[in-house]
Design a protein around this ligand. Structure first.
Ligand SMILES: [Mg+2]
Length: 381
């Protein structure tokens, strides 16, 4: 079999899909992250993808090495392009052998996958109602952003607001609802210590990105103040970026993103490294349907995954929802907070290619919110 064509699609609200075609009529689909550099990623995807036309799509490891290894290696743009193409190669291989991808990666390690639901949005306020809505839908785990803008040193009032919000959920559901709290890298070390310690009595499921990954030395300090599990990893790419996390040994949960870290096999390799350090995995997956489907393949065969992020429904006011492009919507059917293992060949998706073609004509311009502190300094979003 030979790769014959690469096509890249820009899909609102913020997704980039890639289709890899072959001379045997089997197409594979992958997904890349646009960030705020959509055109750069698309151009790079064609430049790198065109290099593997004529090659055997089954040689996934060799093609990955070839695409990854260059003088300018790794980095978010290179890595998301490699991730998208790699996913598509697995889709082709699974379809050819008529098995889900996880069957080619060791087979099922679990019966079902637990999922959590986002509440609160970027500026969380009234979260109790949303938590109730999720509880009524069967979810037993949610995740929320902790704060809005927070300066290096800021008012304790903002900390108290966070405590009040989380308390409102804890008081209503007791320990029947697990609560992940995402600092989203928008909290600096001095306030992260305060916030983590104040949240500890509420027994969060985990604290995510208590500081930005480039400040990873601060994880040790915060871990000295709290016993709450600490999570990070959604912005890291390739196993080399995770090396220090493992060496440092204070992070409890890693959160690789299959569409950024280098693809399905790279995520599986990083999870195996984490297993050797007794760390859990909760893959990051807030993007589109192909990335989520690829992530479920990893979840199926990875024993130290304990929960899966997903973002069904959260993009409806910004463009399309991930289900809109999927014909076999049951693949993302959640029952009592769990999703079944995918059972269709490849990534397990039947995509609405006509809609993808149509919507891609409209393009996309994704921008992240721009936040400022009370004194006009730029805040992390
Ligand atoms: Mg996060």
């Amino acid at each position: 079999m030979k790769i014959t064509d690469i096509k890249v699609y820009k899909i609102k609200p913020r997704w980039i899909f890639v289709k890899v075609s072959t001379d045997e009529g089997i197409d594979g689909w992958g997904e890349m992250i646009s960030g705020t550099k959509t055109e750069t990623v698309v151009a790079g995807a064609y430049e790198m993808g065109n290099r593997i036309i004529g090659r055997n799509p089954f040689e996934i490891e060799r093609l990955w090495q070839e695409l990854h290894r260059s003088f300018f290696r790794s980095g978010p743009i290179n890595s998301t392009i490699v991730s998208g193409i790699e996913m598509a190669l697995w889709d082709i291989k699974g379809k050819y052998f008529n098995v889900p991808v996880y069957e080619l990666l060791g087979g099922a390690a679990r019966d079902r996958i637990k999922v959590y639901s986002w509440i609160g949005g970027d500026r969380p306020n009234e979260v109790q109602d949303q938590a109730t809505d999720r509880y009524n839908k069967g979810f037993t785990a949610i995740k929320m952003n902790a704060t809005e803008e927070l300066h290096y040193i800021d008012s304790f009032k903002k900390v108290q607001d966070v405590i009040d919000r989380v308390t409102s959920i804890r008081e209503k559901f007791g320990f029947d609802m697990e609560i992940g709290i995402d600092f989203h890298g928008r909290v600096h070390k001095p306030m992260a210590k305060v916030l983590a310690k104040e949240l500890e009595p509420l027994r969060p499921m985990f604290l995510e990105e208590v500081v930005l990954p480039e400040n990873e030395e601060a994880f040790s300090e915060i871990a000295q103040h709290v016993s709450t599990p600490l999570a990070t990893g959604e912005r890291l790419h390739t196993r080399w970026a995770f090396k220090n996390i493992f060496k440092q040994g204070v992070i409890d949960i890693i959160q690789p993103d299959v569409a950024l870290v280098g693809g399905i096999l790279e995520t599986r390799k990083i999870a195996a490294m984490a297993e050797a350090y007794d760390m859990a995995v909760a893959p990051h997956a807030p993007y589109g349907p192909i990335a989520l489907a690829a992530t479920l393949q990893v979840d199926a065969c990875t024993p130290n995954v304990f929960i899966q992020e997903q973002s069904l429904g959260i993009h409806y006011n910004k463009g399309f929802d991930l289900l809109d492009f999927v014909k076999n919507k049951e693949v993302f059917q959640y029952t009592n907070g769990y999703v079944d293992l995918p059972n269709k060949p490849g990534l397990g998706l039947e995509l609405d290619e006509d809609l993808i073609e149509e919507i891609s004509q409209e393009g996309l311009i994704w921008t992240n919110p721009k936040w400022k502190n009370y004194d006009g300094t730029i805040a992390e979003w």
